[in-house]
Design a protein around this ligand. Sequence first.
Ligand code: CA
Length: 424
Amino acid sequence: MTGVPGLSWIDSANQPTSDFPLANLPYGVFSRAGEPARCGVAIGDMIVDLAALGAAGVLALSAPSIFDQPALNAFMALGRENWDEVRARLTSLLSADGDPSLRDNALLRARVLHPAGTARMHLPFRVAGYTDFYSGRHHAENVGTMFRGSDNALPPNWLSLPIGYNGRASTVVVSGTGIRRPWGQVKPSGVDLPTFMPSRRLDIELELGAVVGTPSEMGVPVSVSEAAEMIFGYVLLNDWSARDIQAWEYQPLGPFQAKAFATSISPWVVTTAALAPFRVSTPPRERALLPYLQEPGPMLYDISLEILMRPAGSARSTVISRTNYREMYYSAPQQLAHHASGGCRMDTGDLLGSGTISGPTKDSRGSLLELSWGGAEPLLLETGESRSFIEDGDTLTLTGWAQGDGFRIGFGACTGTIFPALDR
Ligand code: CA
């Protein structure tokens, strides 16, 4: 366990259950009624307006207006040295025993600090590209067993490389955005030809998204160590999936329409700096990795994760899964190094989905497909209802946090409600 961080003069940040203590300081984009969206940092139940702080000259940045825009991309592109400088400055300004420039200036406080409840959160960065991986071994084995049988559960390449596919950046949305049930080609078993219809096997995938800060050059690979330096932070990611559409379309090029309709992410990007004390190693290799994929040190994180499900009209959510990011077989730096290994340029704002994070036990699976074992074992919710897949009006929420001793580095929530399919 990692020790208690310093206290903040913002009391709500010092509560042991706060997602956003002084040691976290995640970045996001927010707006308030009638005002433009700009960058902020979460602390306790408040948001620090970085645009206002920059304009007041308190941040000591060469380009203080970098936060006065509705995306973190420009700041993320500056690189780790600048990230570290701003983090150190914010830590001092918000610490109970740090620089009093903000703490002791009531006028500045009024301009810079806003209750989080009065703000609307936006997508935190312009998503340059979205790539989704398949790096959770328990998930790959569960899905492989259901789709191909237990003898062929893991594809032959799985232990050698982090399998991925290029997803859609255009439909990555911030938590709270409603998700429309998609239509698609579905071919039920025992029937020769497909039907075009609304998905009946709509699912979630609990993932962590790594956010690329600094870009790489086309034609130039990056090492795993370099990849780790390029990653700005992490978000919760729900890779909504239509299993019936996926089952018919996925061979030979992988998922397409089954996953292109929506991907939700949490609004706060938790930085690699905040997560650093919680690093853990990937599991032992069953097959030795090629040198370009080998890690120089621990690059996963110990992050507790939960999935909550709430049916339409109910106030009550049921925790349907508890798992941990440390279950992954490949880390985000390994995925990023593999992604660039053939010369693919990686951009500021690229988003890498970890792959579904399932644990080894039944109650730690990261998708409904696995939790209900393809619909054969429906889940019972605390409201008395049962579910194999998502029904219209259901709200799904992901939460996550790294647990320290008396504090947590939290991600907030990534939530979405399913709207009925369009009539067509
Ligand atoms: Ca996925």
